[in-house]
Ligand binder design. Structure first.
Ligand SMILES: *Cc1c(COP(=O)(O)O)cnc(C)c1O
Length: 456
């Protein structure tokens, strides 16, 4: 195709995909089911419906239906901030002097600042459909809580957010955005839940973790009539909603004849990478194409590169179902790194299974190297990236520099999940040379693995 590729590719409104893609339909080895922590048996739909909305449980358990129509009301909301641009990073290519072609899908161009809004609006919609009063959730860095407050406000639902304590302290303005959209925000662990009080009694100085905040939000949702819990990553349903990213990317690539060789995404719970890469991995599973897909995780929380593929609790308080995933252990509390959105001990079961089956590779990177890439990117491309997203930038730059050595003209696409406007405390640490790298020792990880639950 000889259509000239613009710097920013914006699809037209009527080119926004109208279906989500369920990669499980194309997987030969399906992800293992969630287990009831009390009985060790697969969770039944009725049990999951005590925690999540009904329609979302259906999506969670469906390994067969390949395409899901996106409801009209959700498509209408998507138009507020989608399609998101696919940007040809020509300034970065020039600065690196690489023959590689680098593109990034930019998901940071909405008020929540990240891709999380793609699933938040879907989850709020199904809660509203079910006639619920409100939802409870956790937030790590704050992006998910912000996204869900926006979505709940749109549908007139109450939104209660447990925010990991270190983020609550570091990012007071995130909290204010959530409150502006009507959410109630509580730092976690807190004294408002039984599990919060238990964790605080054991670890009075804890900075909190996503695992603790999840336990609190689940407990809060179960103790209030007409409430359910919603989660911004890890679950199959979240990956499903996030495929809007990958499908839009494919549409843009087709339109301009772009053929990616390498696809890169950062990985916390796995939702952005899953949503971005799943449609491409689907082509691989069906034998239609081949791509090199790379997950990038922080060296401080390396679930794919150093974790175990095992059944584990999804939360620190051990009240959630067990999931078979790559995990560092539910009792592992990562150091207070500056990529809050990547501080989760496990990885979504879908990506865990695909990784186990060799469909993509994973790398871990140190945070000082990540911020060096973030600054380099910001200076040439203009956009200030979120620290989480900058993990993908790091590896995209590394791959482009390899092409410079070999002279290969590879096409690299990475997912730029969010903007860094609320991460300036972290940028300050980096700019003043006060950022350190924390990498857990094998002994620390072994201690955590020893606490993995026994599952027959
Ligand atoms: C939450 C978040 C992530 C990580 O979550 P995934 O579920 O792994 O995608 C990455 N980037 C940003 C900007 C986030 O907000």
């Amino acid at each position: 195709m000889d259509t000239k590729i613009p710097y920013k590719i914006y699809l037209a409104e009527d080119e926004i995909p109208t279906q989500w893609y369920n990669v499980r339909a194309d997987m030969k080895n399906k992800p293992e089911p969630l287990l009831n922590p009390a009985t060790g048996e697969p969770m039944k739909a009725e049990e999951l419906e005590q925690i999540f909305c009904k329609e979302l449980v259906k999506q969670e358990m469906d390994d067969d239906q390949r395409w899901y129509d996106i409801p009209e009301e959700i498509l209408k909301f998507y138009k507020m901030y989608r399609p998101s641009p696919l940007v040809h990073a020509t300034f970065l290519e020039e600065a690196l002097g690489t023959p590689a072609h680098i593109y990034y899908k930019y998901e940071g161009n909405n008020t929540s600042g990240s891709h999380k809004l793609n699933s938040a609006i879907a989850q709020a919609y199904y809660a509203k459909e079910q006639g619920l009063k409100g939802v409870c959730t956790e937030t790590g860095a704050g992006q998910w809580g912000t996204a869900l407050s926006m979505a709940c406000q749109y549908f007139g639902l109450d939104c209660q957010v447990y925010m990991v304590k270190c983020s609550y302290v570091q990012k007071p303005f995130r909290r204010e955005v959530m409150r502006t959209y009507g959410a109630k925000v509580t730092p976690s662990p807190s004294m408002t839940t039984e599990v919060g009080r238990r964790i605080l009694a054991e670890f009075p100085d804890t900075n909190g973790s996503l695992g603790c905040a999840i336990s609190e939000a689940v407990e809060a949702s179960r103790s209030q009539e007409g409430y359910r819990y919603e989660l911004g990553s890890v679950l199959n349903q979240v990956l499903l909603h996030q495929t809007i990213i990958g499908l839009e990317t494919q549409t843009a690539c087709k339109k301009y004849g772009i053929k990616p060789d390498i696809l890169i995404g950062c990985a916390g719970g796995g939702s952005n990478l899953g949503g971005f890469a799943a449609p491409f991995i689907g082509e691989m599973l069906r034998g239609e194409a081949d791509y090199k897909v790379i997950a990038v995780e922080p060296a401080s929380c390396p679930s794919l590169t150093r974790g175990k593929f095992a059944y584990d609790y999804c939360d620190t308080g051990k009240i959630c179902p067990l999931a078979k995933m790559y995990t560092l252990g539910s009792q592992y509390i990562p150091s207070a790194s500056h990529a809050g959105g990547l501080r989760y001990h496990g990885m979504t079961p879908v990506l865990s299974q695909l990784y186990h089956d060799g469909l993509f590779e994973a790398r871990s990177v140190k945070q000082t190297d990540v911020f060096a890439a973030a600054v380099q990117f910001a200076r040439v491309e203009g956009t200030l990236p979120a620290p989480e997203s900058s993990h993908a930038i790091r590896v995209a730059i590394d791959e482009a520099l390899k092409c410079k050595e070999t002279g290969e003209e590879k096409t690299i696409i990475f997912n730029l999940t969010g903007n860094g406007y609320f991460d300036l405390y972290s940028y300050e640490r980096f700019n003043t040379g006060n950022m350190s790298d924390y990498i857990p020792t094998d002994e620390e990880l072994e201690k955590s693995f020893a606490l993995l639950p026994e599952v027959k």
